[in-house]
Write a protein that binds this ligand. Structure first.
Ligand SMILES: Cc1cc2nc3c(=O)[nH]c(=O)nc-3n(C[C@H](O)[C@H](O)[C@H](O)COP(=O)(O)OP(=O)(O)OC[C@H]3O[C@@H](n4cnc5c(N)ncnc54)[C@H](O)[C@@H]3O)c2cc1C
Length: 473
């Protein structure tokens, strides 16, 4: 393949005229576009730039691995046989079209999320509460559908809905405490935060972006439809391999926008001269980077105020077989307690080893325990659900996302007032900067699908801006 046209001579000339000698001498590398962040969004942006082959680019990742919130972990049998489980993102939804085509293009495969057998859940809800929940879901879907998909903050009732929490809205509608509790449990499963902390407008935006609340909740046909056999991080590792020397492991500490060129400074001391920068990370993580000139006040406030939720501790247990299936159980449980919030079966087949995904309660009390103590508590609760065989786990691994560097948790729902005040600047380019990451996605925000789509969007934006910039020189 022919290399993209080299624009670096002109860029160096421009920089040499603007920078003093010391700063100009510090520039060690010159490229057209720098992508910051090697999660799915950044890798998708880099893939698109590579496929289009119009511009030179580099991708910088702060950790020593790509993948961001995807993470392949291994559990090992007593014979030393290793199996991959997803320490981070796991499920690919039925309508996650960008993810599905990436999986196929890279030669990976998926399997349907196992769910034959009975789930373990609370006692059946009274018919009256079930009817109420059906009304709540229908109302949420109807209100969500009324939001402009690219700018939910412009909805007619945006100010009012952003001024209250989802909990306030439920109470205002007169729903029963049991129905509200059920909705709260459901929302926690996909936003990892209680409805009393989430702006009602943000919840509607999240539902709108997925299509319906059922899309977020259900397994078959919904967001939890299937699992990547090789582990979700394999997508990122394969992209890293394809992108080869374009990927570098170095944390970006400072980015300067000088108009016709930018300087990207890294922890190692390297400085890259480029024309466009794509930021591919959760908004709150932009706060670790120094901007010159400082970002607009609205963008700064968005970054400062975009808290991540408590995050989750995600664990996996390995058994010699999925023993729960013989009891007619699906391995799925939805009984929140002080130790865990839910479990899922992710065994590849019935004859092979049993793999159980466990979302551990991320309370301070659970975090204060050692890994062995936490495992013990998890096994104790699992034995109440699935019997004493639960104690026979062969291996246990977990990831506390709050403790992972350069991640700061997993989901990031917005609290009251922030979407209408600051989100206008969420994905809008600023000067030479472009922004992606799952939080900026219109469709399937919060999911791998949203991350990939946002990366493609930002790459297109940056390439078009560069076309325009070079054409008008
Ligand atoms: C426990 C858990 C379970 C999940 N389950 C699912 C699921 O089942 N299905 C699903 O679709 N989604 C799921 N998700 C969400 C999914 O993981 C994310 O939506 C997606 O991976 C986000 O990708 P991203 O590229 O936008 O951000 P990230 O993956 O966060 O990538 C951002 C990258 O930027 C890097 N970075 C940050 N600061 C700097 C810097 N200064 N310099 C250089 N690099 C920097 C980070 O190290 C990181 O690699 C889950 C997430 C978690 C944590």
């Amino acid at each position: 393949m022919k290399a993209p046209t080299d624009h670096t001579t002109n860029l160096k000339h421009l920089a040499s005229q603007v920078l003093d000698n010391v700063n100009f001498e510090s520039v060690k590398d010159v490229t057209d576009i720098v992508v910051i962040g090697g999660g799915l969004a950044g890798l998708a942006a880099a893939k698109q730039l590579s496929d289009q082959n119009r511009y030179h680019f580099k991708l910088l990742e702060a950790k020593s691995r790509v993948g961001g919130r995807t993470l392949n972990q291994q559990v090992t049998t007593t014979d030393g046989e290793r199996h991959i489980v997803d320490g981070g993102a796991q499920w690919v939804g039925a309508t996650h079209i960008h993810m599905q085509s990436l999986i196929a293009e890279l030669g990976f495969s998926t399997f349907t999320t196992p769910q034959e057998g009975e789930p373990i859940s609370q006692d059946d809800l009274p018919a009256q509460v079930q009817n109420e929940l059906a009304t709540i879901r229908a109302t949420l879907n109807r209100l969500a559908a009324s939001l402009p998909i690219h700018a939910p903050w412009l909805a007619q009732s945006a100010q009012a809905w952003d001024g209250i929490t989802a909990y306030d809205w439920c109470v205002g509608q007169g729903y029963s405490a049991t129905a509200i509790e059920e909705l709260d449990y459901s929302v926690r499963s996909f936003l990892a935060a209680p409805i009393a902390q989430i702006s009602f407008l943000f919840l509607l935006h999240y539902i709108r972006s997925a299509g319906s609340i059922e899309q977020l909740e259900v397994i078959t046909g919904g967001a939890q439809d299937r699992i990547i056999k090789e582990g979700a991080q394999s997508i990122c590792l394969a992209l890293q391999q394809q992108l080869a020397e374009h990927v570098q492991f170095d944390a970006v500490t400072k980015v300067e926008d000088h108009g016709e060129f930018c300087l990207v400074s890294c922890q190692s001391g390297q400085v890259i001269l480029c024309q466009r920068v794509i930021f591919a990370m959760a908004p709150s993580l932009l706060g670790n980077i120094q901007f010159e000139p400082p970002l607009l006040s609205n963008k700064r406030q968005l970054i400062e105020q975009w808290d991540t939720s408590e995050g989750s501790i995600k664990a996996h247990l390995l058994y010699t077989r999925p023993f729960w299936r013989a009891q007619g159980l699906s391995g799925i449980s939805f009984i929140p307690n002080e130790v865990l919030t839910s479990t899922f079966d992710c065994s590849r087949n019935s004859n092979g080893p049993g793999l159980l995904t466990v979302f551990v309660n991320s309370s301070d009390a659970m975090r204060a325990l050692s890994l062995d103590e936490r495992k013990e508590q998890v096994l104790e609760v699992l034995s109440q659900f699935f019997g004493n065989e639960a104690f026979e786990a062969v291996d246990y691994v977990e990831t506390d996302w709050q403790a992972v560097p350069y991640q700061r948790g997993c989901e990031s729902p917005l609290a009251v007032g922030k979407l209408t005040q600051f989100a206008d600047n969420l994905k809008k380019p600023l000067g030479s900067f472009h922004f992606c990451g799952t939080e900026t996605a219109d469709i399937w925000t919060g999911y791998m699908e949203g991350a990939v789509a946002s990366g493609y969007r930002a790459a297109e934006e940056a390439a078009q801006a560069l076309d325009h910039q070079l054409f008008s020189l």
